[in-house]
Ligand binder design. Structure first.
Ligand code: SF4
Ligand code: SF4
Length: 485
């Protein structure tokens, strides 16, 4: 604890400042309205997607599966290998740009409506409201002194049982994206889960329970980096939740029959309902704050108050700083949405998206890595031939079996043989799998000079089966052939 010394005349006063702020528990009041409905729609959409997707099947396998053990990502018809990291990188860059774009246009839309922290907090708060009641009932219940009454025990235990059930189901679903969910279900029911699956299931469940049940706005305030740098992404044309100070001040209570203008009052009746509904416990009337997640709950609440007292809605509303300063309506303010920084984000995103789609469309499911055998660089066979040994790793990332032919070029009369010394011929590679095959390449001594010669391995493959595209796929990889003295 740092000490601050204040001087007052000859008198020195020591003041202790605590750097740790004790958490004040927030009891958000329930609210209904346009933004509350949108939140419900988005929570339902994201959660149906999250909980349902692992159960969707595609070609007799899980449609979306990040199989870390075999290092393959299945996304419907697409099978991504570690070599496809570029696609995941592009997806991450696109997601980041989308976040910048939404923030530049309408502030923390993602935080208020789609961020897992907000979504699970909303779900947990919904359960809490159903079990413990709305704001004042919860304050009353928590205010009861120790020892708890039987009723309080029953209410608290029911709430936690439901929270834990949701958290466990969330943890189970999360692990189901990395382990086939049907296998996971069978193993969970039979209590034969492996140690890592058990760890991640419990860890993710615990994180959901802790973050959505207890940490709540603390995560947004103190742990989320996005809250800290959002201020550099918003400008005076960004639509954010704003209190209309000019219209609202001077705030104060009045009776419905009063002519508040004659009393020198603005439209804010100082009911504090906008603060009571706020999930982060802030007062939007103090201006835009980094703790505001842009959920719009205060807009819904204030609109209801305005309706009750017979004033125009929109004392708190989504609008831009420019609109406030220049007294514009939202229709005029919307003309400033497509400003240079927004157009730059849209431009970069369009180019990246096109590159992503085109490269996916042109993606070759046949791949090859060539590795020289380090044990034996080159050797002479029967006094007439030189042989080099390689290991070829051929990958078929399609969903169909593929028949592959191999040849080597770069030197005259090159022969590619298998480890038994027979012609390699055609290889059949299973769907979404790879084949590691040692090969010997032989040339006649009379055809080559000593030294290191560049050569190429060329493979040609064709998918088989009812869903095969029928296209011929080819790959060409460089290597070298050593002819010793
Ligand atoms: S809800 Fe509206 S009227 Fe009530 S305190 Fe908030 S801004 Fe003022
Ligand atoms: S101030 Fe309003 S928009 Fe911001 S977090 Fe609170 S209720 Fe949501």
């Amino acid at each position: 604890m740092p000490n601050e010394i204040k001087e007052e005349g000859s008198f020195q006063e020591t003041v202790e400042l605590s750097l740790y702020e004790v958490r004040r528990k927030i009891y958000p009041r329930s609210v209904s309205g346009v933004f509350a409905k949108w939140r419900v729609v988005l929570i339902l959409a994201t959660q149906i997607l999250f909980y349902g997707l692992p159960w969707v099947q595609w070609n007799d396998r899980q449609a979306v599966l990040f199989d870390l053990v075999s290092r393959k990502f299945y996304i419907f018809g697409l099978v991504l290998w570690p070599q496809d990291i570029i696609y995941l990188t592009l997806l991450l860059i696109l997601s980041a740009l989308a976040l910048f774009l939404f923030t530049a246009v309408a502030g923390r839309l993602f935080c208020g409506y789609a961020c897992p922290q907000t979504v699970y907090t909303e779900i947990f708060m919904w359960i809490e409201r159903k079990i413990e009641g709305d704001r004042f009932a919860r304050i009353r219940l928590d205010g009861q002194e120790w020892p708890w009454s039987l009723t309080k025990w029953r209410i608290k235990l029911t709430k936690h049982a439901l929270w834990i059930a949701v958290a466990l189901w969330t943890g189970f679903t999360f692990v189901g994206y990395f382990t086939p969910i049907k296998v996971l279900s069978a193993e969970t029911l039979a209590l034969t889960l492996g140690p890592w699956q058990t760890f991640w299931l419990l860890f993710y469940s615990f994180a959901t329970w802790g973050n959505a049940g207890f940490m709540r706005e603390q995560v947004c305030k103190y742990m989320c980096p996005y809250a800290r740098f959002q201020s550099v992404m918003v400008d005076k044309d960004t639509f954010v939740v704003t209190y209309d100070k000019t219209r609202g001040e001077t705030r104060g209570s009045r009776s419905k029959s009063d002519d508040h203008k004659a009393l020198g009052l603005g439209d804010c009746v100082d009911c504090s309902i906008c603060v009571q509904v706020c999930p982060t416990g802030i007062d939007i009337r103090d201006g835009l704050q980094y703790m505001c997640i842009g959920c719009g709950a205060c807009i819904d609440a204030c609109d209801q108050v305005m309706d009750k007292v017979g004033y125009d809605k929109g004392l708190i509303r989504y609008t831009s700083e420019r609109a406030m300063l220049e007294h514009m309506d939202n229709k005029s303010a919307r003309h400033y949405i497509f400003r240079p920084r927004v157009m730059i984000y849209i431009g970069i995103m369009s180019v990246l998206m096109m590159a992503f789609v085109v490269s996916l469309f042109m993606r070759n499911p046949l791949r090859m890595d060539v590795m020289r055998d380090r044990g034996a660089l080159a050797r002479e066979i029967e006094g007439t031939k030189i042989e080099n040994i390689y290991r070829l790793q051929i990958m078929n990332s399609s969903e169909n079996p593929m028949r592959v032919k191999i040849q080597a070029t770069g030197l005259p009369n090159m022969h590619v043989l298998d480890s038994q010394g027979k012609d390699v011929g055609e290889l059949l590679i299973n769907p979404s799998s790879n084949l590691l095959i040692p090969v010997k390449v032989r040339v006649l001594i009379e055809d080559v000079k000593t030294g290191n010669h560049p050569i190429h391995f060329e493979i040609e493959g064709q998918e088989e089966g009812p869903h095969a595209s029928g296209k011929l796929r080819g790959r060409d990889e460089k290597s070298s052939f050593i002819v010793p003295r």
